[in-house]
Design a protein around this ligand. Sequence first.
Ligand code: GLN
Length: 450
Amino acid sequence: ELTQATFDNIKATDPKIDAFLALNEDAALDQAAKVDAAGIKEDQPLAGIPVAIKDNIVTKDLTTTAASKILTNFNPIYDATVTTKLADAQMITVGKTNMDEFAMGGSTETSAFKQTKNAWDQTKVPGGSSGGSAAAVASGQIVAALGTDTGGSIRQPAAFNGVVGMKPTYGRVSRWGLIAFGSSLDQIGPLTRGVKDNATILSTIAGHDEHDLTSSTQAVPDFAKDLNDATSVKGLRIGLPKEFLADGVDEDVKNAILAAADTYRKLGATVDEVSLPHNKYGVAAYYIIASSEASSNLQRFDGIRYGYRAQDVKNLEDVYVKSRSEGFGDEVKRRIMLGTFSLSAGFYDAYFLKAAKVRTVIINDFKAVLKDHDFIMGPVAPTPAFDLGAEIKDPITMYMNDILTIPVNLAGLPGLSLPAGFSNNLPVGMQLIGRPFDESTLYKAGYAFE
Ligand code: GLN
């Protein structure tokens, strides 16, 4: 009944939100019937609960396009590790959510297929790249969805839609079956209405996987277990970087974060001003590193192996050139060119290598602050959701929106985004950034605040 009601609700509401690229109705109802027949055991808190999956995570026999024309009608022959783990927990995959093409963007406007709207105001962007997942959760279509975050793509859409999103520590969750964008930055994580649900899902999808050698062997705690009251933040030391409240950050956003800092003080934590002096170089370094990795990862889309193939071709090279020219959108082509250029002989030292060095400096900034602070707090994005169409023609402005989320990916740290207030009836998000593999502290602090 729950699964059927979920589909009925999605069909009624999605013409307004456009969060979904594909629905999995027959298979989902079948799976739900099986879960029902087997009976739900006490140690299966997620059994029978519908979940949505971002469309860059492969799902067996369910169309997976990464919102790109080049993967039109691509039906994977295997499941990603995270989807297998959700199925093992008896969750029901109801469909695939819209996103920026290959997760490149911050508004879900680079999708080749449709424009998802913000759940609170349909004239605004849902954020991106996991805009479909965030809008689906915020609009009540689903209680949980998976997203992916390379430079902010879980946290920023979560903030724009007033939901909870976790970008786990790099290596916490297996990337096997995730269509790679920036392999040294990508992580999969949950978007949910509340912190406890988020923690439950992260515990389910995390852990070492022999298919992904960058996945960590660190033990995975039951993150939800200790979320019982607000006293757990007592005595914690929180750092608030002055760069996170600098010019360019909206007054309402600043005020929401300052109010959250006061809430933490009232709960018995200390909040002091700290500095991440090299934060401002994060965007430049990221767009070199992420684009370089993407230019390499996207070589596999050649018109032969998957999805779209151009017609009227003269020879093999023509297949490659035409399929890629017709199959990729403008933003993806921009990244491939930028990345190929940064990696090419003669430019490598000036661009890729320099960006890699900047990355180390940014990592060291975080290490210095997190040595004597339990976590860092700040805004997720400088502004709330902006108007549809307002920034899509201006890549630099769009890239600059990522200034507060990108450094966290460069450093591989966990980042939790949660609602912290409103600005003109639009949600404002707060971000908590933790030590490597200390998602627990972030969840405790998020739960205490919520
Ligand atoms: N907005 C950033 C970009 O366009 C981040 C995207 C992401 O995290 N996938 O690259």
